[in-house]
Ligand binder design. Structure first.
Ligand code: SF4
Length: 322
C-alpha cells in the first residue's frame, strides 16, 4: 500500500511566559492508503495535538515549531491558509469527540450538512445539494432522512449527532478521516454501532483513517496499524496483529497487561506503576524510565531514538538498540 500521510519529526509546543511545553516532540509516523491507523495513548500523551497539528488547527499559545507533514504530494506545513481551508473538509475530514459542541445548535441538521457540501461544490444546484444531503444521512444509518433534515441537534441522541458529524466529514469524499475519540461520550451499544459504521465507510469510500483513542479493545477490532503515544512521543509503531501478539515497548506491554490477562493466569490485571508525568516536568532520558521495570543506567540520561527492528515495526527503547 502506498503512503497517504507522512508525518516527519513533528514538534508542537505551547508557550506561556518564558516556558515552553513540548506537547508533541519529534513525532513521526505514516498512514497508508486504505488503512486504519490507531493513535493510542493516555490523556495528555499528545494524540489530539498531533491531529490538530496535521490540520493546522493549533492556535496560540500553541505553535507547530518544526516538522513536515506530507499529504497527497505536498507538505501541509508549507501550504497557505487558503490552501489549508480546501484541504480541511474536502481532502481531510474530522470527527470530534463531543458532537454537540461541533454542531451549531441554531441550524437544522439538513442545513448544516448542505452548507458543507455547497461550500466545497459550488457548481451543485440547490436540488443536488439536497439530494446529496439525504443520501449521506441514509448512508450513516438514518431511515427517514427527510425528517432528520428538519431537526435541530438538541433533538438527536448522542449517537445520532455523531452520525451527523460523520456525514459532514465524508460529504466531500475526503481521502483521510481523522476521528478523535468519537465514541467517548457514547454508551457501549452505540459505540459499537459507530465503530461498525466507520469501518464500513472507510472501505466503501476507499479512505484512510486515523483513529485516536485510549481504548485498546476498539483498536484490536478496528485497526490495521497502531502508534503508541506517551509524553508527546510515539514509543512504538506496529501492525495491530503483531502489537496484540507481542508488544515491543515496555509501556505497550504495561498498557496491554492493564487490559488483558496476558499470561492467561486468571490473576488480576496489573496497572502500570506510577503516573503519567506532566509535560512541564518530564524526566531526563527515556520519558518512561521512572515507571519501567527494565530501566538501565543509560535510560536515565539519554533518550533513545525510534529504531526499525523488523518490517513495519518501530520502537523507541534501549532494549532493542545494541
Ligand atoms: Fe525502559 Fe529503558 Fe526502554 Fe525506557 S529505554 S522503556 S527505561 S528499557
Amino acid at each position: 500500500m502506498s503512503v497517504l500521510l507522512d508525518v516527519v519529526n513533528l514538534n508542537t509546543s505551547f508557550f506561556t511566559g518564558t516556558s515552553q511545553v513540548r506537547a508533541v516532540d519529534g513525532v513521526s509516523f505514516s498512514v497508508r492508503k486504505g488503512e486504519i491507523f490507531g493513535l493510542v495513548g493516555e490523556s495528555g500523551s499528545g494524540k489530539t495535538v498531533t491531529s490538530l497539528s496535521i490540520l493546522r488547527l493549533v492556535h496560540p499559545p500553541g505553535k507547530v515549531v518544526k516538522g513536515e507533514i506530507f499529504f497527497e504530494g505536498r507538505d501541509l506545513l508549507q501550504c497557505t491558509d487558503k490552501e489549508m481551508e480546501t484541504v480541511r473538509g474536502s481532502r481531510i475530514g474530522m470527527i470530534f469527540q463531543e458532537p454537540m459542541t461541533a454542531l451549531n445548535p441554531v441550524f437544522r441538521i439538513g442545513e448544516q450538512i448542505g452548507e458543507t457540501i455547497a461550500i466545497h461544490n459550488r457548481d451543485l444546484s440547490r436540488q443536488e445539494v439536497q439530494e446529496k444531503t439525504l443520501m449521506l444521512l441514509k448512508q450513516v444509518g438514518f431511515e427517514e432522512p427527510e425528517k432528520k433534515c428538519l431537526q435541530y441537534p438538541h433533538q438527536l441522541s448522542g449517537g445520532q449527532r455523531q452520525r451527523v458529524l460523520i456525514a459532514i466529514a465524508i460529504s466531500c469524499n475526503p481521502s483521510l478521516l481523522i476521528a478523535d475519540e468519537p465514541t467517548t461520550a457514547l454508551d457501549v451499544a452505540t459505540e459499537s454501532q459507530i465503530i461498525n459504521l466507520l469501518e464500513g465507510l472507510v472501505a466503501s469510500y476507499d479512505m484512510s483513517m486515523i483513529f485516536i483513542t485510549h481504548n485498546l479493545n476498539i483498536m484490536k477490532k478496528l485497526g490495521h496499524r497502531i502508534g503508541i503515544m506517551y509524553a508527546g512521543r510515539v514509543l512504538e509503531e506496529n501492525s495491530v496483529k503483531h502489537f496484540f501478539e507481542k508488544p515491543l515497548h515496555p509501556y505497550s506491554r504495561g498498557l496491554l497487561a492493564s487490559v488483558y490477562d496476558l499470561a492467561g493466569s486468571g490473576e488480576r490485571l496489573t496497572a502500570i506503576p506510577g503516573s503519567v508525568p506532566k509535560l512541564s516536568e518530564l524526566p531526563d532520558g527515556c520519558k518512561f524510565h521512572p515507571r519501567c521495570p527494565h530501566v538501565m543506567p543509560i535510560c536515565k540520561t539519554m533518550e533513545p531514538v525510534m529504531k526499525e527492528i523488523g518490517k513495519d515495526q518501530w520502537v523507541r527503547c534501549y532494549l532493542y538498540q545494541s
